[in-house]
Every structure is written in C-alpha cells, then in structure tokens.
Design a protein around this ligand. Sequence first.
Ligand SMILES: *Cc1c(COP(=O)(O)O)cnc(C)c1O
Length: 371
Amino acid sequence: MSPIAYTCPTCVAHGEQADFGILDVEYDYEAAGKALWQPEGRMRSARSDVFRYLPVLPVEEPPVVLHAGGTSLVAVPRLAARLGLKALFVKDETRNPTRCLKDRATAIAIAMAQANGFQDLYCASAGNAAISLAGFCAHSGLRGHVFVPREASETRLNWLRRYDADIHVSTGNYDQAYDEAELAGADNGWYSRNCAFNPFLVEGKKTVALEIGEQLEWNVPDLVVAPVGDGCTLGAIGKGFRELRALGLTDHLPGLMGVQAEAVQPLVRRFRGEDSIGGDGATQAASIAVRRPRNALRLLAELAVSDGSMVAVSDEQIASAQRLLAQEAGVIAEFTSASAVAGMLQLAQSESLAGKTAVLVITGGRLDSDF
Ligand SMILES: *Cc1c(COP(=O)(O)O)cnc(C)c1O
C-alpha cells in the first residue's frame, strides 16, 4: 500500500467528475473485530483518541501526535423537547486540539507522514483544516503548507500565524485555493492533507461515528446531522456506521442528514438530481461554501444506503440556531457548525420526530467574530 496512492490509476485518466477515481480503504472486518475486542467484550485499546480504533485505520500508532477525538457526546434534553425527539445528543467536536473535527483527519496525516519519512504536509482550506494542520505540525515538528482563500478571516489567519505555518493566501475562493494547493503539493512532493483527495484521511474522520456508536453502547441513533462542504465529513460518518455494521455491532444504519447554506448548495441540488454547479451567493458559513464539492460521489453513495437526505438553510436560520444551541445546550458552535442545528429545526417543522433519537455533529467551535 503506497502512502500516496490517492486515486485510481485507471479512472482518473478519463474521469469527468472532480472526485471520479478517489479510492476507499477497506479492511478484513473479522480480523479487525478480534483485534479490537478482548474475548469477554472489552475493547483492547486503552487510548482515547482516534488511534483507539487502530485495527480499522490504515496506519500504525504514531510516535508524536496531539490527542484528536475522544470528544464528549452530550445529551441535550431541552433541545430534544423543543424538537419533539425522544433523545438528542451533541457530538462536541469543538473539544479537539484546534477546536474542530478536522483534527481527526490531521492525526492520520501526521501518522502517515511520520511513518513514510515526509517532513512537509499541505492542504487547501477555508481555515479549519489549515489551522488543524498547522497546529499538529507545530507539535510534531513537521512543516505545514496551507492554502487559504482570499476571504479567509483575520481571526483564522492569526491562528495560522501563531502556529508558524507556511501561509499561501489565494487571489480566489476556496475552489481556486484547492487547485493551487494540489499543484504545489505535487511539484514539491509534500504529503497531502486534503481529505477529499487522500482516502486515508477519511479514515480519521470516520472515527467520530465509531465513537458515537461506542458512546451509545452500539444503539445507533435514527438520525445523524452534519454540515456539508466537500462532502467528506458526512461521507466518512456514513462509512464509520457501515463499518460498525460490518463488525457485527449493529444491524441499523442511521439516516444521514447533510446541511448546506442556501447560498451555496450544490450537493442539495445534486441529491435532488438537479444541476450540481450552483451557488454564486454569499454565506457566512465559510467552511461549507464549496462550489465544486470534491467528495460528491462518496457522499451520495452513503446517503443512498442510509436513506439519507440533504437540506439547505438560510444564514438567518443558522444565526438563530447558533444562539439557540448556546442558550439551550450550553454549546458554542461556529457559524458553519450551527447549520446542523438549523437543519434539524427545519426537519422538525416538516415532520414529527416523536420516538426518535438524533445526534448533531457540532463540527467546530472557532468564532470569526463576537456574536
Ligand atoms: C470542513 C468543515 C465542514 C464540512 O466538511 P466537508 O468534509 O467539507 O463536507 C463542516 N464544518 C466545519 C466546522 C468544517 O470545518
């Protein structure tokens, strides 16, 4: 297995879609199950970060890495009552080292780089993936090269400066920064921390689903909601739950619900079978303002097997959901992440959720301004 086997050699040559030919990692689940559990049913690993699930990860335990994952699953009964749910939980990814779910993928990238002798890693990012890479590189003594869009906020640039990253601010949007990063990465032989492209990193993100399963004692929820940009995060969550099923821990898959901002909703359109290119509008939900999603195929496949859905919400809905989450759950989410709450509120208006259990994945907690 090559650490830089990012795409299928036969598919990419004549692929039409941006994500055509991206590979997927699979395991021998029977062997993995034996490696994960002791015969009496206790998990073998004493770790509480993403490497707890090493038998279903494509890496060895890395020597030097920040603690990613192992975040709380918080019951939020006040919000559950408001939404008419039997139970509602927040998977609080704001508790990661750089305050974002992206740290889970970065931990894998660091492990891959360390195991394969890379000193340099790169990524394109609206901010969070870049900050995550910069923080983890600072801790591990590696060099992070980050490519951010012109509109990256001063707050986000400051985080990058504090971690002493090699910062490249694009003259264009995220989609342009992405292309610039891929060119520079290939030219310089850096290791890729672009999740939408490097299939090993998705393996880090899927651990959020493995943890939710373990925290609910394998009673998987009816619904899992997360914001969607490239589609990598929710696609990875879908893969994680499918692996719990492959490991024989559950018969059920949760319905996945992806949320995008009304102004930029190519994956909502694509899910409905409409034209996928779309969204010239502006949204404050910077981390999901992706006009050319790189992981559409993977996400759509996961939505199909989980009987999932995609919804769009307005910035006004997101802003009020952000306040509600703080006031009724005690969790401060960044604007993008509050879209998951807004999507759930919208769903509750159109159908009864009585008797159901749901998890809101609060992907990040970095505020770009006072609110
Ligand atoms: C990156 C990001 C997302 C979206 O993830 P995709 O893999 O691009 O779909 C959602 N929320 C936050 C906070 C993010 O940083």
